[in-house]
Every structure is written in C-alpha cells, then in structure tokens.
Design a protein around this ligand. Structure first.
Ligand SMILES: [Zn+2]
Length: 501
C-alpha cells in the first residue's frame, strides 16, 4: 500500500514536471503574443474603418464592400484562411440600399389671420433626422397621431380603426403597447415591433408621409416604399405638434399602454416633409469569414465563432455616421485577438471562425444569412461570441446564455491572472420574446450557445447612430484589454479537452 502510494506520488511528480516543461515554452509564447496586442494597432485600424472613404459602411453600398475587402486583406496578411463562398473570404447576399442625397427638410405650417401662415423649419439632426430609407419627394399634409402604427385584429388592437389617413402624414412611436418582453404573451405582439411592418402598414392605409418617434437618429432598418416620405422626429417638433392639445406623446402612450386600446386622432397640424434620396435595387453585401484551423485531428471539426457586425448606418445626406463604437470597436477587438492568435503559432485544437457580419443595421441580415448557411454545423459549434459596441469604459462584462455559463470561467481566469479590470459576469435571464436587436440573439434563437463580451462604466458619451460616433468615440486602452481577454480565453476554450458547458 505504502509502495503503491510512493509510486503514485512519483508518477504524479513525473507527470507534473513533464507537463510543466511542456507548458513552459507555450506559456512564454502566449505571453509574448499577449503583449504584442497594442492600442497602436487598434488606433490605426479605427482611423481606417472610420475613414470617410467608407462613407459610414452602409451595407449594400460599394463603400461597405471596400471596408470588407480591407478586413479580408488583413486576415490574409496574418495567414487566416478564407472560409466564405467558393474559397473566398465572403458570404454574399443581395441588399438594396438607399442613398440620402441631402438632409431634406421638415416644416410646420402655422396659420395666421386672413389665410396667411408662418412656416417654421426644423434643423437636422437635432430636431429631425432624414429617413434613411425614405422615398424621394415632398408631402404637405395634416399630421395624424396613430399610436404605434399597428393593426392587430387578433389582439383587438388597431391604431387605424375609424381614422382616415389617406394622403396624410402619420405620426407614430416605435415598439408596441405591451412591454413585458420576458412574458410569453409578448410573442403575440412582437411582429408589430418591426420598423418594416410599421411603414408598410402606414402605406397600406394610404398614408403619404410618416414621422417616426424613433430616437431621432439614423435608422436604415426600415422598408423602402417609393411613395412614402419618412423622417425621424425629435422632441422640438413633437412638442409643437401636441402644443395646445391638452396632452403630449407621453401621456397619450401611457394611456394606450395601460388600456391596450388605441387612441389615434387628427392633430390639426399641417407639416411638410421633403426627402431627396436615390434607391439602389442592385445593392449587394457580404459577411467576411476567416478561420484558424484546429490542430487536433478530431477537435478541429468543432468551431468557436467570434463575430461582430462590420456595417454601420451610413451617411444621411451629409450626416456621416462613421460607426466607431458601433461597431468598428467590436470588429477591431476581434482583429487584434485574431492577429495575435494567427501569427503566434500557438497550437489550437479546435477551429476558430472569425465572422464579420454585414447588414446588421438593416435587420440582422448577415447573422440570419450565416445561421441559414452555416460554415460549421450547429452541433459542431462550441459557441458564438458576439461583440457589439465594445470599446468605451473601464470595466469588462461577459454574459452567456444559460447553455454555456461555465465557459465564462475562462474569461474570469484570464482577467484575474493578466488583465485585472473590474468584470461583471452574468448568465442570460431566460426566455426573451422581444424583437432581436443583436446578431447574438439571432444565433441564440437558432439554438447556438451564445456569449456577449462588452465594456462597462463608459467614459465617453455614446452617440448611438449619430454623427458623433466616430473614431474618437472609443477608448483604445479598453479595446486592447478586450482583445487580450479574448485572445487568452480563446486559447483555453480551443484546447479544453473535454470541454464543459
Ligand atoms: Zn451595433
């Protein structure tokens, strides 16, 4: 018994010393490449992706494709193999787009005595935002408030019931009156949340124009209808429309939300919306996909996917949104980790797929395309990790679906050992019945284990879908740490054998 114990101890120490000697060069290699991840690269790449030559990387445009080619060129330079269509880095799809030629105008006609009027003009982008998928033209008409712009007979709810909007301008809110996205009941309402639905429903009812109370920022995720002039409306014109009516949008929508009954009415206000756009039905766009192939003969068939959307919201007729935080930050965090992993020569048993999606801002189209045409089958995919707006703050956060909560431990360990940032870790709160608003939720809905990496405690203002979101909207130091964290955790996940979720 004693001899057996000694033998076992001896064996254990031999194994340990072997594994230490085997691990040591790797550890050095890992650290050397860890330190090669630099905020210098990150700042250079941020300047590149936010360059005016890409014109806000609107999916569908040739400028977006040029940005995709730049990213693919970097993957190639680092020896990351193409994983897209026909041996290329790209997964292509058709995506018509709209060029906004100028900011157009929004005006209120204020009647005076004896048939005269004062015309009040509003300023873009603070008071209104041009519709990023508006038809081109001009409409002058009465404004009709239509709540949430939805017609749902099965829910006994219709914002257009008993109200005539033919040739008029409809004014509506985003979302729906039912708010509890964690309640299965929400599933009955969700299809009415989509911007596409709202503009199409307005057109079905004969409206000629649409004022959308939608955060007053660039929104390309809306249907194009030739005859429909659309613009986003800010607080000032909204207040003018309601002035003197004894109510405002908040009080009316609070009543609608409480009663789940529509409360539409003609405001009596006459407004003019002008839009100058050009539609491009020939638009085409792509995801960019590259892999580092696994070294293990069996485990290489399993893939870890890390993704970020490369597209941004484009140029609203001179209102150029370069998409620095949203989402050059996520793309560049991944690029920095990818470069370190690829050039390091560190052996990875599993395959890592780097996926940069297009058309996220037009309705999560790139992730829908990927999940319908996966490069690795779902059952061979370890996890999809999403990075969106990851580059403003001093803290880190990792949030996993409950199906892979244990994988967050690799990130915690990497942070504790080498990075030392405050870090929040969470598992998903369970079912979600709302409109998906990130690529990660598209993957989750298709049955993938998913994780989001994000940054917390923002130190800069967030210019969401506004011209302020440029290369200066991020902090390269936190991006460097996100890349380092990803790099370290991915080495561990790629080599975990067995892996436990
Ligand atoms: Zn985004």
């Amino acid at each position: 018994m004693r001899a057996f114990f000694i033998f076992n101890t001896l064996l254990l120490s031999i194994i340990l010393s072997l594994s230490v000697t085997a691990q040591e060069p790797d550890e050095q290699l890992i650290l050397k490449n860890f330190h090669s991840i630099s905020s210098g690269d990150i700042s250079d790449w941020m300047a590149e992706l936010c360059s005016p030559k890409y014109n806000g990387r609107l999916a569908g445009t040739p400028e977006y494709v040029a940005s995709a080619e730049w990213v693919a060129g970097k993957l190639k330079e680092w020896g990351i193999k193409p994983a897209g269509d026909d041996g290329s880095y790209y997964q292509w799809f058709d995506l018509p787009f709209t060029v906004v030629n100028d900011t157009g105008s929004l005006q209120l006609h204020i009647p005076q005595k004896e048939g005269t009027e004062i015309v009040k003009s509003y300023q873009a982008p603070v008071e209104y935002y041009p519709g990023m998928n508006s038809g081109s033209g001009e409409v002058t008409a009465e404004v009709v408030f239509v709540g949430y712009g939805m017609t749902a007979p099965e829910l006994n709810y219709d914002d257009y019931r008993g109200i005539n909007v033919k040739g008029k301008i409809v004014l509506m809110n985003r979302d729906v009156p039912y708010k509890d996205v964690r309640n299965p009941e929400y599933a009955k309402w969700v299809k009415y949340c989509y911007h596409q639905y709202k503009v199409e429903n307005a057109a079905r009812h004969g409206a000629a124009g649409m004022l959308y109370i939608d955060g007053n920022s660039a929104n390309p995720n809306i249907s194009y209808i030739d005859s429909m002039i659309v613009c986003g409306i800010g607080p000032a014109p909204l207040a003018d429309i309601f002035a003197g009516l004894g109510k405002n949008n908040l009080t009316v929508t609070a009543q609608i939300d409480k009663s789940l009954q529509a409360s539409s009415f003609s405001t009596g206000r006459i407004m003019t919306i002008k839009a100058n756009t050009t539609r491009h039905p020939e638009g085409r766009t792509c995801n960019v996909a590259g892999i580092i192939e696994g070294s293990d003969p069996v485990l290489k068939d399993e893939a870890i996917i890390i993704g970020a959307h490369l597209d941004a919201v484009g140029n609203g007729g001179g209102l150029l949104v370069q998409g620095g935080l949203d989402n050059a930050s996520g793309v560049i965090d991944i690029m920095a980790a990818a470069k370190a992993l690829a050039v390091s020569g560190i052996k990875l048993k599993r395959t890592i797929l780097f996926l940069f999606t297009g058309g996220e801002e037009a309705g999560l189209l790139g992730s829908k395309l990927y999940t319908a045409n996966p490069i690795f089958p779902l059952e061979k995919t370890v996890i999809y990790v999403n990075l969106d707006m990851v580059g403003n703050g001093t803290g880190l956060a990792v949030s996993a679906s409950s199906s892979c909560a244990a994988l967050t431990e690799y990130f915690v360990a990497a942070n504790n050992r080498y990075i030392h940032r405050p870090m929040r870790v969470s598992a998903s709160e369970g079912s979600f019945y709302g409109r998906p608003r990130s690529d990660g939720l598209v993957f989750l809905a298709k049955g993938y284990r998913t994780m989001d990496i994000s940054t917390t405690d923002g130190v800069k203002p967030v210019w969401y879908h506004l011209p302020g979101d440029d290369a200066t909207a991020v902090t390269p130091e936190i991006m460097e740490d996100v890349a380092k964290l990803t790099y370290l955790a991915f080495i561990e996940i790629a080599n975990a054998d067995p892996i436990s979720y």
